[in-house]
Design a protein. Structure first.
Length: 109
């Protein structure tokens, strides 16, 4: 399953469910990187071979477009249904290996 690095604003209930689904999710808080700039988060995640998991689409997608090195970025829209959001993230990560990809996970209508 995926090696993920959740930024500090990502919902903990979603992180917990992703872990239950078999993903290895490290949070910024656990890694002692609280309040680090987005670029530093991306660099740290890449050094660990982890894809960033974030609600901060604008900044991380911009870093991707500018050519920043990374091991993947998953941007998501907040969803009150943590289980549904975790399931959508789990589905888009199925069979994916770390690489320089950037994926948007949207809420269903």
């Amino acid at each position: 399953m995926g090696l993920l690095y959740a930024d500090e604003n990502f919902d903990l209930p979603v992180v917990v469910i992703l872990r239950q689904l078999g993903h290895d999710v490290l949070t910024v808080q656990t890694d002692g990187r609280r309040s680090a700039p987005d670029h530093d988060i991306l660099v740290r995640a890449h050094a660990l071979g982890r894809a960033v998991l974030t609600f901060n689409r604008r900044h991380f997608e911009r870093l991707h477009r500018l050519g920043a090195d990374h091991s993947g970025i998953v941007t998501a829209k907040r969803d009150a249904d943590s289980l549904a959001l975790a399931a959508r993230i789990h589905a888009v990560l199925a069979g994916r290996t770390p690489g320089r990809w950037c994926i948007r996970v949207n809420r269903t209508a």
